[in-house]
Structures are given as C-alpha cells and as structure tokens.
Design a protein around this ligand. Structure first.
Ligand code: HMG
Ligand code: MG
Length: 298
C-alpha cells in the first residue's frame, strides 16, 4: 500500500547549484528559495557550510541564509560536514543540519577527505551540538547504489553506515544514488535491507537521474514504504566529487507522479513549474524536468 502523504525535501538550491560551473549570484539563489517556499516547499536545503576551496559555489552560504524568507512551518536545512560548518550554520539560523557520509571508502576520501570511520567521529560533535541546540538532524549516505571510484557497493555497507548515522541521533537518513545508476530492483533490495533495521519514517530516497531511472526509483521506493524524498527543481544538480553524475530527480516530475497517485505533498505543481522555468532561464538553459517543460509549453 502506498503512503497517503509524502515529504519532499527540495535540494535544488544546494545539490542543484553546488556543481554549477558559472558563478550564480546570491540574488538568484535567494530568488529561487523564495519561489520554492512560495510553492509550498516546507523542507528546503538552502546551501552548504563547507570549505569554499572545495565547493566555491556555496561560499555565500551565510548571506543566502540571511536573506531567505522563513514562512511558518518551513524548515531550512544546510549541509555541515564538521564543527566549523555547524557553528556558522547555527549562527545563520539553520533549523536542520545535514551530515554527509558515504557507503564507500573511496568516495568518503574524495568528498570529505577522510575515511568512513573518521567521518563518523567528525560528525559526532556536530550531531551532539545539533541536538543540544534543538535542531533537526539529517544524514546522507552517498554512493549507496554504486561508487564512481570503487564500483559496486555492498548492501551491508549501506546498512552499516545508516545504522551508525542513526546511532548519532539522526532523525532522517537519506539513502543516496549519487551517480544515478540504480534501478527499481536494486532500490527495493537496498531499501528492504535498510528497513529491516530502521523505521520507514527515518529513511528518505535521494536519486540522481543519470540513467533516466530516478522517477521509477521513487515509485519503487514508495512500494516498499518510503515516504520521504529529496528532489531538485528543474532537475538541477550533480556532485562535484562524483564523476559523470547528472542532476537530481526533478521536483516537478516527482510531484506530477505523486499527485497522480493521489498522494499529498502540500506543493503547488504550477508554482513549482514556474520556479523551474525561472531558474533554468537564469542559468541560460532548458529545464531538465520533463513534466515541467510539458506543462510550461501548454
Ligand atoms: P579538509 O581540507 O580535510 O579540512 O576538508 P580541514 O579541516 O583540514 O580544513 C581545510 C580548510 O578548509 C581550512 O581553511 C578550513 O578553515 C576550511 P584554510 O586554513 O586552509 O584557509 N574549512 C571550512 N571552511 C568553511 N566551512 C567549513 C570548513 N571546514 C574546513 N565547514 C571538508 C574537509 C569536509 C571541510 C571538505 O572536504 C569539504 O568542505 N567538503 C565538502 C564536500 C561537499 O560539499 N560535497 C558536496 C556535497 S555532498 C553531496 O552532494 C552528496 C549528497 O547530495 C547525497 C548524494 O547525492 O550522494 C548530499
Ligand atoms: Mg546528491
């Protein structure tokens, strides 16, 4: 039985824009966040507090945070890989912080410059500080379905890292197909293994669309009881440390699917389509959302 309600975390301003080669102005980032919040987005991943040497596009994190609106009931999330990121995120008024680890050693090294075990120790004080300050804590488990450096990733590694994230106190753990190689069968096998250890309301699906399977992977996840997804407006995105990865599954496409299934999201599809067309125009290219482009052309 499918869920009646789904929580969408909009990650466009973060996962979507972090990989942009051209500089995107703070103005445009804020304009995007405003449009997404106006479309009903209630969990918004707005930016990352990471090293600007590693991800230059997110260097204006504090300024973005200072300028985005905070409608009632909304939650602004940001990525915080370490205490330095956490302290600045807290000062900037983040309501949720995301620690991000990986299910493969090779990806952990490339993305956050440490081993999986070291990353957990680095996350521990962040998790404790988040809890002490009343912030919600979310985690990402990258390369759960395949690693660009290591290749296949055993299901046990995904379950193991997810459990370690839960032990740190994470309220939600995103199982991520960083490079967009998963298919529905694999998604159900991995999620079923995770769901043997953790409750469904603590798990979310994070899909990139490299192989064109991301919407199908959302449906496959719904079928095993997942009710939380990360999506990116206009299908923006890609991780700078994941060779060949394309954007995330487009928010408009997922909402089109969910509403068609009678699943509530609290989101206004037409307003999302407008936001997706707007940001694509700002970036000077066509949106990657199939539903968005079709609806906009009507
Ligand atoms: P490091 O070089 O090992 O860290 O990087 P360090 O502690 O040695 O610090 C080096 C320099 O960075 C120092 O500056 C620090 O002050 C600075 P310097 O003294 O050289 O001038 N620094 C910071 N500056 C600002 N904010 C901070 C911060 N921390 C250190 N928080 C580190 C380790 C984790 C910091 C680095 O590797 C990093 O920032 N990585 C970010 C990687 C990233 O953002 N990746 C993309 C997001 S993850 C993703 O997209 C996947 C996801 O979507 C799920 C999926 O699809 O898989 C979530
Ligand atoms: Mg991602």
């Amino acid at each position: 039985k499918l869920p009646t309600k789904v929580l969408i975390t909009e990650v466009g301003p973060r996962d979507g824009l972090q990989n942009e080669k051209q500089p995107v102005s703070t103005e445009v980032k804020v304009g995007l966040c405003e449009r997404l919040l106006a479309a009903g987005v209630r969990q918004l991943e707005a930016t990352s507090f990471v090293s600007p040497k590693w991800v230059p596009q997110m260097a204006d994190a504090a300024e973005v945070m200072a300028r985005i609106p905070r409608p009632a009931g909304s939650r602004i999330s940001v990525l915080t890989p370490n205490m330095k990121g956490f302290e600045t995120a807290l000062a900037a008024g983040a309501q949720e912080v995301v620690i991000f680890g990986a299910a493969s050693e090779a990806f952990s090294q490339r993305n956050i410059n440490c081993s999986i075990a070291e990353s957990i120790e680095r996350f521990r004080p962040v998790a404790e500080a988040a809890k002490a300050n009343g912030l919600r804590l979310r985690a990402a488990v990258s390369v759960a379905y395949g690693c660009p450096y290591q290749g296949e990733v055993p299901v046990e590694s995904v379950v193991d890292v997810s459990l370690r994230m839960r032990e740190l106190g994470c309220d939600e753990i995103g199982i991520a197909d960083t490079i967009g190689v998963a298919n529905g069968g694999q998604v159900q096998r991995v999620l079923e293994a995770v769901l043997r250890e953790l409750p469904a309301d603590a798990i979310s699906g994070h899909y990139h669309d490299t192989c064109g399977q991301a919407v199908a992977n959302v449906l496959a996840s719904l079928q095993v009881g997942i009710e939380r997804f990360d999506t990116s407006i206009a299908g923006l995105g890609g991780c700078p440390f994941a060779r060949g990865a394309t954007g995330n599954v487009a928010t408009e496409d997922v909402v089109y699917l969910l509403h068609g299934l009678g699943i509530e999201t609290g989101l206004d599809l037409d307003a999302l389509v407008e936001a997706g067309q707007w940001i694509s125009a700002q970036l000077g290219r066509r949106s990657n959302s199939r539903a968005g482009n079709a609806i906009a052309a009507k």
